[in-house]
Design a protein around this ligand. Sequence first.
Ligand SMILES: *Cc1c(COP(=O)(O)O)cnc(C)c1O
Length: 451
Amino acid sequence: MDEDGDAGREHRTGAEYARERDREDPLAPFRERFDVSDERYMDGNSLGPISDAAEDALERAVEGWRELGIRGWTEGEEPWFWYGERLGDELAPLVGADGSEVVVGNSTTVNIHTLIGTFLDRAERSSAEESSGANPRDRRGSDEPRGVLVNELDFPTDHYAIRSQLGQRRLDPDEHLHVVESRDGRTIDTEDVVAAMDEREVGIVFMPSVLYRSGQLFDLARITEEAHERGILAGFDLAHSIGVVPHELSEIGVDFAVWCGYKYLNAGPGAVAGLYVNERHFGETPALAGWWGHDKETQFELNLEFTPADDAGAWQIGTVPVFSAAPLFGSVEIVREAGIDAVREKSLDLTAYLIRLTDEVLADRGVSVGSPREPDRRGGHVALEHPEARRISEALRDRGVVVDFRPPNVIRVAPSPLYVGYEDVYRVVAAIREIIDEGVYERYETAGDVT
Ligand SMILES: *Cc1c(COP(=O)(O)O)cnc(C)c1O
């Protein structure tokens, strides 16, 4: 154990050590399968790179279109009609769920809309049941509809979607969106989340698994347990953890979850998103209904009455975007071959190494670590803070180091274990040191845009 409490070995700081670690890394061969040739690609938590497997899967779908035309919906190796469910089966082990509880479809934002909408209605119904005496639990003042608990460091789209779902139910978002504040501007204290779970006001707690800026990993089990003790539903946005942190959603009893396909899952720009609904909620009516969520057996009878699928498939809406979904077959196969536990282990080790190098080399140069140092509170990326973060990020890109900048002062570095090695991390830190020491960033515009 080193002083940060990181399990595993004490990292040394020289370049030879980094090369040695790469040589003995069982996941090192996976790098060959990604097209990251001449770059140090540290942005896989925004957009993962293309892999041979993802490209092959996409090509097979294009070939299917060419050869089968409309018959591709029901024929061929992977009939498109079942893509959502089939990919749900593929992803289920990554979130620790049954295949029937997972489906791919829509975008993450749309999935937040439909699931928050669904469970707001559901929370409403259970309030009504409780106040009519169906449930003996005493909830004073429970006539008032219950809202959603989020936090102030969330990715904005989550709040936009939730506020609009509240508004559509004529609930004032300023009153019914309850926002847990951060004590340090970087992280959210679990105790503050728990303390804010007032069952008279909160029907759903919706938190990220990992905060997009600082990379803090939340305690999903504790939050879910505390929520359930109060009759509150627990949902999570796994955008920054799926594919890099294993989950046990069913075991924990999480009610619902959403995630993206294009971050650590490497399925390409605009890739289809995914969602999970615990089986105890099968049969709920989706807030945003569409024919793709209809019971598949009778979907093509084209009845005007909507009969939702009796599993998570019900939360699909319209036709699956085949070419935005196909690459996922390949990219998930790579994660499975590597093993999500091995991915997590290397990820924690790479981020620990990055933190160690930052302390050693960059701290004196005004760079500090904005991510939690405890392994069980850290996701897959590290936030490096510096007042010149924007210009340093630009200078890094011009040196072939791809990171991203998040205002006001964060450089996010995501050493994604499938294609990033120890020497890459070493080189990134060396590049930042040089950019600062030589004042390279000063050549960049102060208000330039980094996307
Ligand atoms: C990336 C991300 C999203 C993206 O949503 P889209 O609908 O795919 O644009 C949503 N929420 C979080 C927390 C994210 O990190």
